[in-house]
Design a protein around this ligand. Structure first.
Ligand code: NDP
Length: 327
């Protein structure tokens, strides 16, 4: 079931200045892996990903429906299929968004982060995760406390590395310094980044390089909008992509779809599908170590990993893309 050539096609990139290599494409379990999803399909997608060299699975305490059930699903798959491969796998989780009732069920206190990590380890059936993140900046908790909780997770041996997600540039810089002073490097930042969401280019991406941090981008497919699903209103019907933030902005659906259709033409010229080009574009400059994808089938995994066949963009292609996006 697990193929011997699983590492042959994947590209592994160094995560900042650390010793850790990440696959250029990682799989996120936010959707499609909960208790309400088919377990057999979840297992098929995870095994297919691993067989394509995607050895990094990204979770959070609250992923899945009901919250936490994505960790339970991965825990079961690990037990049934992958436990012998634990040392080949990177398993990440996060705490910060609402997970349980009461004052400690969310945000950035030491109480929330360390209790949540213990719960995640139980659901996953693991002694440690590879990366533990603060999922969002808590404006009411001193950053020293949140970073102190991450450092404690490392000192307890419950996380090998730590990271932050959704932090702005100023807080990222402070977090990096606080962690450094505690002797625990901030391995990685997890921001949103896609052709249609360039917020990370506003200072953050330069900071990653300057601080020697890695970055793992989420939302590169805009929940499916930047795939064949986003090409017209018909294919979008009932799709997750309709939840994309991009459709909540000032542009009309028609305007967004027009851009997506033009982007699709560029992708076709490059010999790629729109999904493949959208992933490749986020990986193009080296500021992003790995790009997260969500997937509901093994066919999507198979299509998306082929993005790695063409990561280079000519100046002309980049100019055309900018022209389309800035219209
Ligand atoms: P993506 O932008 O990766 O979209 C994934 C969806 O796109 C899939 O569920 C599928 O939709 C569709 N899709 C994927 N590949 C194809 C394809 N080849 N053809 C057609 N459709 C395709 O976003 P996600 O929101 O799923 O995020 C990915 C991961 O990023 C999450 O699982 C999580 O790990 C992380 N994340 C982190 C956040 C944070 O705050 N740190 C926030 C959000 C995500 P369908 O299911 O309809 O088939």
């Amino acid at each position: 079931m697990i193929s011997d050539d699983r590492y042959e096609k994947m590209i592994y990139r160094r995560c900042g200045n650390s010793g850790l290599l990440l696959p250029a494409i990682s799989l996120g379990l936010l959707k499609n892996f909960g208790k309400t999803n088919s377990y057999d399909n979840s297992k098929e997608v995870i095994i297919s990903a691993f067989n394509h060299g995607i050895n990094h699975f990204d979770l959070a305490n609250n992923y899945g429906n009901p919250p936490g059930s994505a960790e339970c699903t991965l825990g079961r798959i690990l037990r049934e299929e992958l436990i012998g491969y634990r040392d080949e796998l990177l398993i990440s989780t996060k705490a910060g968004y609402t997970m349980w009732k009461g004052p400690y069920g969310d945000w950035g206190s030491r109480k929330h982060l360390l209790s949540s990590l213990n719960q995640s380890l139980k659901r996953l059936g693991l002694d440690y995760v590879d990366i533990f993140y603060s999922h969002r900046r808590d404006p009411n908790t001193p950053l020293e406390e949140t970073m102190g909780a991450l450092a404690t997770a490392v000192h307890q041996g419950k996380a090998l590395y730590v990271g932050i997600s959704n932090y702005n540039a100023l807080d990222t810089k402070k977090a990096v310094t606080i962690l450094k002073n505690m002797g625990v490097p901030c391995l990685i930042h997890q921001p949103s980044y896609s052709l249609l969401n360039r917020r990370v280019e506003d200072g953050l991406i330069d900071l990653f390089k300057k601080e020697g941090m890695g970055a793992i981008a989420f939302g590169s497919l805009e929940q499916g909008l930047l795939t064949s699903k986003g090409l017209d209103e018909e294919t979008l019907k009932g799709a997750r992509a309709l939840d994309s933030e991009v459709l909540k902005g000032e542009e009309t659906l028609d305007e967004v779809l027009h851009k997506i259709q033009q982007l699709n033409e560029v992708a076709e010229h490059r010999g790629q599908t729109l999904a493949q080009m959208s992933i490749a574009w986020t990986l193009r400059e080296g500021g992003v170590t790995s790009t997260l994808i969500g997937a509901s089938s093994k066919e999507q995994i198979e299509e998306n990993v082929k993005a790695l066949d063409n990561l280079e963009f000519t100046e002309e292609e980049l100019t055309i893309i900018e022209r389309i996006l800035n219209k």
